[in-house]
Design a protein around this ligand. Sequence first.
Ligand SMILES: *Cc1c(COP(=O)(O)O)cnc(C)c1O
Length: 376
Amino acid sequence: MRVYLSRPHMSGHEEQRVAEAFASNFVAPLGPQLDAFESRVSDYLGGGLHCVGLSSGSAALHLALRIAGVGPGDEVWISSMTFAGGIFPVNYLGARPRFFDLDSATWTVDIGLLREEFDRAAREGRLPKALIPTDLYGQSVDLDPLEALAERYGVRLIVDSAESLGALYQGSRRAGTGGDAAVLSFNGNKIITTSGGGMLVTRHKEWADKARFLATQARDPAPHYEHSTYGYNYRLSNICAAIGLGQMEVLEDRVTRRREIFDRYVAALSQHGIGFMPEPAGLRSTRWLTAVTIDPAQTGISREQVRLALFEHRIEARPLWKPMHLQPLYQGSPYHGQGVDAHLFDCGLCLPSGSDMSNEQQDEVIGHIQSLLGKA
Ligand SMILES: *Cc1c(COP(=O)(O)O)cnc(C)c1O
């Protein structure tokens, strides 16, 4: 590939931070850089939240679900349109997913569908253990009604904010601050990266303490290894946290650049029948990935034709997440909705959106799409 969907984008500050970690020999999963990274993210999110650095976003979700008490046979309600790492931990715990469609006006979970099902499930005595709404492509879910629902029905709310660090909800509240816990990811393709990593963000101190305990092999206080439960090796390496410290210095720049890339696509392609992911009033998406819809009825061309044509020029584009209720793995799982998500999957494409992409590279991507649409 010559132009990538979303590549790691180093700022130059990271090597300095890594060198500091090397100089003190904290080449281990714990150390001062990890502590500093956790408090840096906590401050960024507005303070008062507990942050636990972990080896991945999936690990953070796994711990959050376990601490929420999710176990075999429990139901977990979740947006169907998500990434594998945002749902597989439900399987790790032997729980069962119930899937919900997106709202076409926001491309995040349809709250009306959730309300109806909460009402029905409460009457029938089959409420879920946890609810996982997913922030998509850099945009926060509608937190206020979700938090009200979770509170009303006594259900744990775990917000998957892996794609939305840097986004704003209702003015000044940051994505990643929602629910009982939120999950962040610093995987290589995310808006900032630690090469691989994640974080559990929670308002409950007990949850953070429990997460630290479980993430370091569940060691009870004793000089030897004493275990009353099983744990995991899930902590973020101190070296990776050092990279994260460097990346936090440029997070705002990265958001600005991704939004600029989105706006350039809109200016160049919206007259050609290409649709763009909406941004509801009061929300500020990071536009982590520019997600577009290519409706063959309007453009005469399918999203797959566009993807393949770009691929010919070694430009990486990718369909939106395939909804989980359509995956062979989850065949037969309950689903609520009208297939807004399935339609977006059919006609949706993520265009190259990396903050290190040059305007010239983006113009080349745009030029190829324009000529395809012109011919169609
Ligand atoms: C990236 C991502 C995760 C976590 O992924 P990791 O690779 O495990 O860090 C979870 N959910 C969603 C929606 C994601 O995009």
